[in-house]
Design a protein around this ligand. Structure first.
Ligand code: ADP
Ligand code: MG
Ligand code: ZN
Length: 500
């Protein structure tokens, strides 16, 4: 692999304007495949989820999966697309071992959904990403290239193919070219995929796991000299499979293309591969050698004419979408847009929402999830949602503080025990005797002992040095091992020291 010369990122946009375009593939979570009844469960033994249809055996006939069509329409509706009153599937012909039929059943000039847009926010600035089309197709199988000392057959490297994935419904969402993002282009690309992913997740039509490939992205990028009337030639970095990689791929291509253009070279239209380890891209197929797919309408499937009533029903059934949910919660909780972005990025939105639903105040719920719990998740290298504490338990903990049963300090001890699996907060408080002491005999005794044990401090307080009282409060807190309420202790001390 050649090492590309790169321009400093900050310099790129002093001379060039980037244009980005994203093609996102979403594997739908339907129970069966797009054109047959085979199961779509991930991780099964290779080639156990296949049949004559998805293996493309002669004489087999496909039938479109209604649930997949409905899910595609829902995605289109969520993006504000027009739903075509009539559309067709098309054959995209090419030969590759992971494509058993010799063609992929896709949509070409007659997609199911057309147009729409998605607004994303980066650094308080809104960028509109226009949607070109949303169409339905089928996934390919998976090749596994085996080689090296152990993977050889008759002394040669070889490839295995698994057709379990072949024929799983795949929705492709294609954006129009997005100019105008400047140096923010990498973040805009990432924000777009993040938001799209959340929408699809909210619709519940895919598990959107990028690491398993159920959501993957082709990242197109071109540069044109600042102020030029025409866009430059794009490259297409294929199958980028994490949000971070989307951003890195755009960043790298901007730097590489800028260096190439600076040197008087030209950008060739080609597909490129992204390398996670180095954050770089390398050349794949160039457009000149690209296959002519010889698209033609699929003769074995009837066209789809989605009924207006059906579409209206799907529209009425759309859940609250992420952007609407965020602005509603922001209002309800009385927080700033920045705080909301922060909560959303920390993956804490749902947790805080459930904690509030379980009775905590929004302030308390945020305080626990973004404070102590975020720190613990961080230390454990896990996600907030993976912590062994439920929103209901966090709400219970906040309730115990609010009613004065425990203070913040005790609450942290209680939380430790909840996380260690010792049960709900109230049970832990009870079992460990962790409740704050009221004005009990035990506390009175501790207060009196503190006064008796430090006559010099008492004298100071009486001579007007009120801050000296802190030492006595500290002593009482120490003997009661943090179980006393500091304000109560201070009041009890004041009463006694001044009258003595
Ligand atoms: P292909 O199948 O060749 O990838 P598509 O139309 O499916 O073509 O997707 C092309 C993608 O590239 C779209 O997202 C489009 O917005 C984007 N695109 C087109 N021209 C440019 C350009 N000059 N710079 C950046 N992106 C572009
Ligand atoms: Mg493409
Ligand atoms: Zn099948």
């Amino acid at each position: 692999m050649t090492t590309d010369r790169l321009v400093e990122f900050d310099e790129v946009t002093t001379r060039y304007e980037p244009v980005i375009g994203l093609e996102t593939h979403v594997e739908l979570g339907t129970a069966s495949k797009m054109f047959c009844g085979c199961s779509t469960t991930f991780g099964a033994e290779p080639n156990t989820q296949t049949c004559p249809v998805c293996l493309g055996l002669p004489g087999s006939l496909p039938v479109a999966n209604e649930a997949a069509v409905a899910a595609t329409i829902q995605i289109g509706l969520a993006l504000g697309s027009e739903i075509a009153p009539w559309c067709r599937f098309a054959r995209k012909n090419y030969f590759y071992p992971d494509i058993p039929k010799g063609f992929q059943t896709s949509q070409y000039d007659e997609p199911l959904c057309v147009g729409g847009h998605l607004d994303v926010e980066v650094d308080g600035e809104t960028y509109r990403v226009e949607i070109e089309r949303v169409h339905l197709e089928e996934d390919t199988g998976k090749n596994l290239h085996v080689g090296g000392a152990t993977g050889r057959i008759h002394g040669a490297d070889h490839s295995l193919v698994d057709y379990n994935r072949a024929g799983i419904p795949l929705v492709e969402i294609v954006t129009r070219p997005v100019p105008g993002a400047g140096a923010r282009a990498p973040e805009v690309a990432r924000a777009y995929v993040t938001e799209l992913r959340e929408i699809v997740q909210a619709l519940g039509v895919s598990d959107v796991r990028m690491e398993q490939g159920s959501l993957r992205c082709d990242v197109n990028i071109s540069l044109n000299p600042a102020g030029a009337a025409e866009w430059g030639t794009r490259t297409e970095t294929k199958n980028v499979n994490s949000l971070r990689s989307v951003e890195r791929a755009v960043r790298y291509e901007m730097r590489r293309q800028a260096a190439r253009l600076d040197d008087g070279g030209r950008i060739v239209q080609e597909t490129r591969h992204f390398h996670e380890d180095t954050g770089s891209t390398s050349a794949g197929r160039s457009k000149e050698e690209a296959t002519d797919y010889r698209y033609f309408p699929e003769p074995d499937l009837v066209p789809i004419a989605a009924d207006a009533d059906w579409i209206a029903g799907l529209k009425a059934g759309l859940p609250e979408l992420p952007a609407a949910r965020r602005s509603r919660l922001q209002q309800e909780w009385g927080i700033s847009g920045n705080e909301m972005t922060w909560l959303a990025n920390a993956g804490a939105l749902g947790l805080v929402e459930e904690t509030v639903a379980a009775g905590a105040s929004p302030t308390d719920a945020r305080k626990w999830w973004l404070g102590d719990l975020a720190r613990r998740a961080n230390e454990a290298g896990s996600e907030l949602a993976e912590l062994a504490v439920t929103p209901a338990q966090v709400a219970e903990l906040a309730g115990l503080i609010a009613e004065g049963t425990i203070n913040d300090k005790l609450a942290r001890q209680v939380l430790d025990r909840v996380l260690a699996g010792e049960g709900d907060p109230a049970k832990v408080v009870e079992a460990q005797g962790l409740a704050v002491l009221g004005e009990s005999d035990e506390l009175v005794a501790a207060v009196e002992a503190a006064i008796a044990g430090a006559p010099d401090v008492v004298a100071k307080v009486q001579s007007g040095k009120v801050q000296a009282l802190g030492a006595l409060v500290g002593a009482v807190m120490k003997t009661t091992r943090g179980k006393a309420d500091a304000a109560t202790v201070r009041r009890m001390l004041e009463e006694r020291v001044h009258t003595s």
